[in-house]
Design a protein around this ligand. Structure first.
Ligand code: ATP
Length: 483
């Protein structure tokens, strides 16, 4: 099997890999590094924890060492924590170069960031919102001459989820040169391939790991069917058992909202589980501190929203619990990918209520694997049920007293003002966008319905004896396009 040197990397980089314990390239590195070194655009799709970051960091560092200048490379990523993690890989692998990097993410001081940008760092690692803000408001730096544009978790950057990056990406893409190398990576690229191909047009090289299952083999994937009302008792039971059975243990629990995340964190602490929360309602400094404490095993449980579902590389995590069944298989793939990374073993348990069974089927269909049932002693869960419910209610009351919902609304408005946007106008814009989306959806349904009717009509006509005089027009209703 070829080593890093055979991929065309310089000896100093091979030595850096060796020092970091990277002995052999992983398949995604084997596939992508030579193509990137050749100067081609690259779309890399490989399972979670398979070393995609080094697959782009290594060839970029090599090219940078041949022609060093700033700003040489721009990396875009959907979350702030991920930006710091990628920067660290650049720093560690690029140490002999004296690499200067700069992290541009929301929630941090904008003036200090502007100053750093003006000092021409070699690599800028950014979340789209904050970088676009800098581009809109400052002319003290330029990304017009970058050689590399990387979009990590590229499908997430392009999708219009709860954080919509579209407008910010437009600003950024207008500011980068057309002549550049574009590198797009994710464990779930394939769904957005068409949109992504438009970004990578320079002899694009598409690399996808061929595997019958889309999650890693070392991951034991289970589901636990629980009635909605007793979910938390099951959660406490699962954690207690895991703690009893393992000496060194580390768990990530995913929840669907910031509020549930906060309440569950308070609740688990009442049961003396060393828990920290990570969600977007926390101040950025608190987010970093929480992650640092979890990474250093001061806290054994990280309870998080999907802000932590992509990219985070914390090797010690042995168990992922989905407190809610993810609505999209893609989210499931990224969440459970926080364990069983780089060849290690791991387990994922998804709590499934009676309302979520169809979601599990969708997940199984996507990952091409059946989840197995996780069995628990129900009698043991029943013993703690009342206590758990009482504690949860206490935590809810405490959180309500702290005006969590109001704070959330105020935070949102503050954030918009900081971004130079008018909160009321933004609300209006969002409502209009939702209307357009709904109209488009209705239009699509109408088209599909009409096509189906036409198909049925044609099939019916084929079965009937020929008419004396064929109809001159279709019987279907005319389609009206969306406004
Ligand atoms: N060649 C290698 N040999 C051994 N370990 C490696 C190698 N390359 C990367 N790793 C390690 O594998 C782990 C996962 O890598 P990385 O975070 O890049 O995964 P990823 O594919 O980007 O995952 P995700 O899709 O979750 O973002 C890291 O701890 C990294 O140091």
């Amino acid at each position: 099997m070829p080593g890093f040197a055979e991929l065309g990397l310089s000896s100093w980089l091979v030595e850096q890999c060796r020092q970091l314990g990277l002995k052999q390239p992983t398949p995604v590195q084997l596939g992508c590094i030579p193509a990137i070194l050749e100067g081609r655009d690259c779309l890399g799709c490989a399972k979670t924890g398979s070393g995609k970051t080094a697959a782009f960091v290594l060839p970029i560092l090599q090219k940078l060492s041949e022609d060093p200048y700033g700003i040489f490379c721009l990396v875009l990523t959907p979350t702030r924590e991920l930006a710091y993690q990628i920067a660290e890989q650049f720093r560690v692998l690029g140490k002999p170069l004296g690499l200067k990097d700069c992290i541009i993410v929301g929630g941090m001081d904008m003036v200090a960031q502007a100053l750093e940008l003006s000092r021409k760092p070699h690599v800028v690692i950014a979340t789209p919102g904050r970088l676009a803000d800098h581009l809109r408001s400052s002319n003290t730096f330029s990304i017009k001459k970058i050689r590399f544009l990387v979009m990590d978790e590229a499908d997430r950057l392009l999708e219009q989820g709860c954080t919509d990056f579209t407008m910010d990406l437009e600003v950024i893409l207008a500011a980068v040169p057309a002549q550049r190398q574009t590198l797009l990576f994710s464990a779930t690229l394939t769904d957005t391939l068409k949109e992504l191909q438009g970004l990578a047009t320079n002899q694009p090289f598409f690399w996808e790991a061929q595997a019958p299952v889309r999650t890693v083999e070392q991951l034991d994937q289970r589901y636990l069917l629980v009635p909605e009302k007793v979910k938390d008792a099951y959660l406490v039971h699962l954690i207690q058992n895991f703690q009893d059975e393992h000496e060194d243990w580390s768990i990530i629990i995913f929840t669907n909202t910031c509020k549930t995340c906060q309440i569950l964190c308070m609740m688990l602490r009442k049961f003396n589980f060393p828990t920290v929360a990570l969600h977007s309602m926390m101040k950025q400094k608190e987010r970093f501190a929480a992650l640092a404490k979890f990474k250093s095993s001061i806290y054994r449980i990280l309870i998080a929203t999907d802000v932590a579902s992509r990219g985070l590389d914390i090797p010690a995590v042995q168990l992922v619990i989905n407190h809610n069944t993810p609505g999209l298989p893609k989210i499931y793939i990224h969440r459970v990918g926080r364990t069983a990374r780089a060849g290690r073993q791991g387990q994922a348990i998804t709590l499934v209520t009676q309302y979520d069974i169809h979601l599990v089927h969708a997940i199984e269909e996507q990952i091409k694997k059946k989840l197995e049932e996780f069995s628990v002693e129900e009698a043991e869960v029943l013993q703690i049920l009342t206590q758990v419910n009482v504690v949860r209610r206490e935590c809810e009351i405490k959180l309500e007293a702290a005006n969590f919902d109001e704070k959330k609304e105020i935070n949102k408005r503050k954030q918009l003002i900081l971004e130079g946007k008018d909160p009321d106008l933004e609300a209006k814009r969002k409502a209009e966008l939702a209307k357009i989306k709904q109209k488009n959806r209705r239009f699509k349904e109408q088209v599909e319905h009409t096509l189906q009717r036409q198909k049925a009509n044609r099939a019916g006509q084929r079965g009937r004896p020929p008419r004396a005089r064929p109809e001159a027009h279709s019987a279907s209703a005319p389609i009206q396009g969306p406004a």
